[in-house]
Design a protein around this ligand. Structure first.
Ligand SMILES: Cc1cc2nc3c(=O)[nH]c(=O)nc-3n(C[C@H](O)[C@H](O)[C@H](O)COP(=O)(O)O)c2cc1C
Length: 176
């Protein structure tokens, strides 16, 4: 689904031995990115440090996935999620992300960190892309952004109830 004229439609692929790493503050502002992050994002370190992580948000990522993502992190838990990212030049790249709260020695959450690997292409095409299309349709089928977010969140809840799984269990049930 190509919504944005600035997108090229070209998919970049992570190699099996690559890991994209970033660390953020509590508000999701980037504090660190490894070289592989800058390679795929197409931005410089100067562009990114102190900037919101949505600098690489892809317009076709469902908002309800990011709601679940942040609700999970704010509850102190980790999350695994397939994420489509937008490079600076409009290319895109899918990743399987593990995102987790970063704690200090007293156990307080002081920020977040994420490691991403190449996604399983079969899971991506057979499950995740159709699922995210369905979530986007649910989000766009109602009048207001607020209702859209609720509709997307309900579609995720229904999926997890059908599968009798948490979101992370569902992701792992797909295989890696
Ligand atoms: C550690 C960490 C890593 C993140 N990584 C990404 C990412 O790779 N891509 C992305 O679009 N959002 C990422 N986010 C989420 C963004 O902060 C943001 O919620 C998301 O891009 C949705 O943007 P929006 O709220 O402006 O729609 C990350 C957040 C954290 C805390």
């Amino acid at each position: 689904m190509k919504q944005d004229a600035s997108l090229t439609g070209r998919a970049l692929k992570m190699a099996a031995d690559e890991i994209i790493v970033t660390k953020t503050d509590l508000d999701g502002r980037i504090k660190y990115g490894n070289r592989t992050f800058y390679k795929f994002a197409g931005y410089s370190e100067a562009d990114c440090i102190g900037t919101q992580h949505n600098i690489i948000r892809h317009p076709d990522m469902p908002r309800s996935v990011f709601k679940l993502f942040w609700d999970t992190l704010k509850s102190g838990e980790e999350i695994f999620a397939y994420v489509n990212n937008r490079s600076k030049n409009g290319d895109h790249y899918w990743v399987l992300a593990h995102v987790s709260p970063s704690r200090n020695t007293s156990g307080e959450v002081v920020g977040y960190h994420s490691n991403r690997r190449a996604p399983n292409e079969r899971v991506l095409s057979d499950v995740i892309e159709p699922l995210y299309d369905k979530l986007l349709q649910a989000e766009r089928s109602v009048a207001s952004p607020k209702e859209g977010l609720a509709a997307g969140a309900k579609a995720i809840d229904d999926l997890l109830s059908e599968n009798k799984a948490t979101f992370n269990q569902f992701i792992f049930s797909l295989g890696v």
